[in-house]
Design a protein around this ligand. Structure first.
Ligand code: HEC
Ligand code: HEC
Ligand code: HEC
Length: 363
């Protein structure tokens, strides 16, 4: 018996040595141009599919509002800048360079028919090893990954015109006057009003806050796969110019117009029993003690609530003052978050033409 085990050991060691020799000698062909043998391709795909099926059990539950059209809109522009150059889109097939990768990125227009939501989450959140498929840029942003899943689920029904509208809004690829602003405007509008409540309002926000926030995205201190990609490679001067542009637009007001308790009461007085200070002492019209503190009046409710939840979970970086807000958000009960978001969103934007972002014009 002992001899038998030894033989086995030597055989295994011999095989390992042979594998190392082949790898080290350079005989193994890693050229993408040669593709995979049919059997290798089949085996790799089976491994990938099984792995996705298995690990999808660890994915969080999909949010109740998964298929909300605002999720689809929020992810569409990002798909165009971050995914279409490999996978193609309803407007164009996968580009030539990506067709020469091994494996080539599949045209995923119909992937949602093949994968469950949790499986799509798993793929988009973590990427696929040994292929070109990247992980989501911002690890803590499951909410953004779910928005992308919602987009992928809507993709099979999307016409090229629908897709163009979602991904570009009123900005066409032909906008050449200010390419950078045009890129931001696909999601935020040139006037910074956002589009159909899927994006935060930038118009009228404090310039110092916008500058510091863009810097925080660019240095990954504030995590958002969507915004980190949008500012990737954009210089400091350009970021400052864009911040000035948006700060000069109309939009966010300074004084909430309608008093809608209980949000109004918490904003004015805080929650002393929970150790929450008055929001208005920093975010109000007269507060202004620090130009880097953002305006909230008139901001989208959905965005305010999402940011407060991220701060509560410790997933929201930001300006050098962000820690002040984290301490406050951690003490905010969930029902207070909803009430405050509704209250601040109800503020009238000063001299704004019509309601913000719900005119359906795609702006
Ligand atoms: C650099 C190229 C590249 C980029 C960029 C990329 N992917 Fe992929 N993706 C791939 C490749 C390659 C595969 C195939 C992996 C495999 O077959 O194992 C893949 C697979 C997928 C799949 C599974 C498709 C199927 O039906 O099997 C989905 C879904 C997907 N990607 C979504 C995305 C999304 C969403 C983005 C943007 C956030 C993105 N990908 C960005 C290369 C890319
Ligand atoms: C693909 C869509 C998209 C593009 C393009 C885009 N943004 Fe954003 N932007 C978003 C989303 C989504 C958020 C919310 C991020 C979050 O949830 O943390 C955001 C957040 C922001 C914020 C933070 C707002 C706040 O109140 O804290 C600023 C500032 C901003 N964007 C500026 C820009 C600028 C400038 C550009 C162009 C360089 C740009 N964005 C391009 C989608 C986009
Ligand atoms: C002591 C000052 C202070 C108080 C009080 C305060 N905040 Fe803040 N808040 C800040 C600072 C500073 C930021 C900027 C965080 C960053 O760096 O992005 C902020 C950011 C925010 C944001 C994100 C805005 C955006 O555009 O992304 C929301 C939402 C917010 N606060 C809500 C509240 C609410 C609701 C209250 C009351 C319960 C409150 N804040 C009380 C200082 C304060």
């Amino acid at each position: 018996m002992r001899i038998g085990w030894r033989h086995l050991l030597f055989a295994v060691l011999g095989l390992l040595a042979a594998a190392v020799l082949v790898a080290w000698s350079g005989v193994f062909n890693v050229a993408a141009s040669s593709g995979h043998w049919r059997i290798t391709e089949w085996a790799l795909h089976a491994v990938m599919q099984n792995s996705v099926h298995t690990y999808a059990h660890l994915a969080p539950d999909p949010p109740a509002d998964l298929d909300d059209p605002r999720n689809v809109l929020q992810a569409a522009g990002h798909y165009e800048s971050g995914c279409a150059w490999c996978h193609g889109s309803p407007l164009r097939p996968p580009p030539a360079a990506s067709r020469h990768m091994t494996p080539p990125p599949p045209a995923i227009i119909n992937s949602a028919r093949q994968w469950e939501p949790r499986e799509l989450f798993r793929i988009v959140r973590h990427g696929i090893k040994y292929t070109a498929m990247p992980a989501w840029i911002a690890p803590g942003r499951d909410d953004e990954v779910w928005a992308m899943v919602a987009f992928l689920r809507a993709l099979p029904e999307m016409t090229p015109a629908n897709y163009g509208d979602l991904a570009f809004g009123t900005e066409t690829a032909a906008a050449t006057d200010d390419r950078l602003l045009s890129a931001c405007a696909r999601c935020h509008g040139r006037d910074g009003r956002g589009r159909n409540s899927a994006f935060p309002i930038l118009g009228g926000q404090r310039e110092a806050y916008l500058v510091e926030t863009l810097r925080a995205f660019a240095t990954h201190r504030r995590r958002s796969g969507i915004m980190e990609l949008a500012v990737d490679g954009v210089g400091e001067d350009e970021l400052a110019r864009l911040a000035r542009h948006y700060a000069q637009q109309k939009g966010l007001g300074e004084t909430p117009a309608e008093a809608s308790p209980p949000g109004a009461r918490i904003a004015a007085l805080g929650l002393p029993e929970a150790g929450v200070p008055a929001c208005e002492s920093c975010h109000g019209a007269v507060a202004g003690r620090n130009p880097t503190y953002p305006r909230l009046a008139g901001q989208e409710a959905r965005y305010i609530a999402a940011q407060l939840r991220l701060m509560k979970q410790g997933e929201r970086g930001g300006t050098p003052y962000a820690h002040i807000m984290h301490a406050i958000a951690k003490r905010l009960p969930d029902d207070a978050i909803e009430a405050l978001a509704a209250y601040y969103a109800s503020a009238a934007a000063p001299s704004a033409a019509g309601p913000v972002g719900i005119d359906g014009s795609g702006r």
